[in-house]
Design a protein around this ligand. Sequence first.
Ligand code: PBG
Length: 327
Amino acid sequence: MSGPIPERPRRLRQTAAVRRLVSENRLHPAELILPMFVKEGIDEPVLLDSMPGVQQHTLDSLVQAAREAVDAGVGGLMLFGVPQQHDEIGSGATDPKGILNRGLRRLRDVLGDTTVLMADLCLDEFTSHGHCGVLDQQGRVDNDATLQRYAEMAVVQAESGAHVVGLSGMMDGQVAACRAALDEADHQDTVILAYAVKYASAAYGPFREAVESTLEGDRSTYQQDPANATEALRELRLDLAEGADIVMVKPALPYLDVLRSVAEVSDVPVAAYQVSGEMAMIEAAGANGWIDRDRMVLESLVSIRRAGAQMILTYYATEVARRLRER
Ligand code: PBG
């Protein structure tokens, strides 16, 4: 070795205290959003095989788990419904007594404004064919007919107590349609979280078990092709122009490049969804002893944060919020 080493990056890594001081990104419980499932017609919560620790809740266990999340400091809850009946147009989605709307009402009654209550706004859990929209005569997803269903759903969800509607269906014009319907019904304050960038991913498998999806085939005519990145910016531009208050990229970890480019240009908060399959991969490898599960959970989330997400939907929200508080 000739001469001194002019720069020594290791100097800032020498103790945990120094590393903590120079850390560029940190997770905070308030930025974590917990997705939750409420199922109609059950007396006991049902555990899901592919998502260890995640449950299909009864209305009572939903309230209990929501309280625990809020007590841990989690920033918001995203509710999905698992109805008993399905039909062609997903009637349960717009029925004020449908399971999702009942769940929202219960949570809002108990939690008030102490958390941010979000509702999945999509038809797939409610349709007999499992698609995110209604079908036309040829069995194709009918964009504009679906918008009318979404508009109705937005109003019912707002009336059931949702602070935020989460538009996950990937129909063209869905943000504008829901914004107009909400404003018309005097729900100007209802926030629209737009799944602006949502890929037709293999990583939704465990979720489809959780909502007992009836889907045959795939969603490639409305969700994006994993090969496309520029298209994400187009989807973002449209959703911003239509009035999205928060935009989301989904899935998260395989799409960090897309997340980064969206975060660079968005002037509204950017969320990312660590989806069910991302969790399942961590859990499966962890259970086999192939990775350190607890470390991987934090590493995956801080990576999503580093790529530019200001908030993260994750099934780990309550667990991680607690762990962050203990540190
Ligand atoms: C559609 C919706 C899906 C997810 C969230 N909203 C499934 C899909 O697009 O097929 C997936 C979430 C996850 O995998 O955790 N309502």
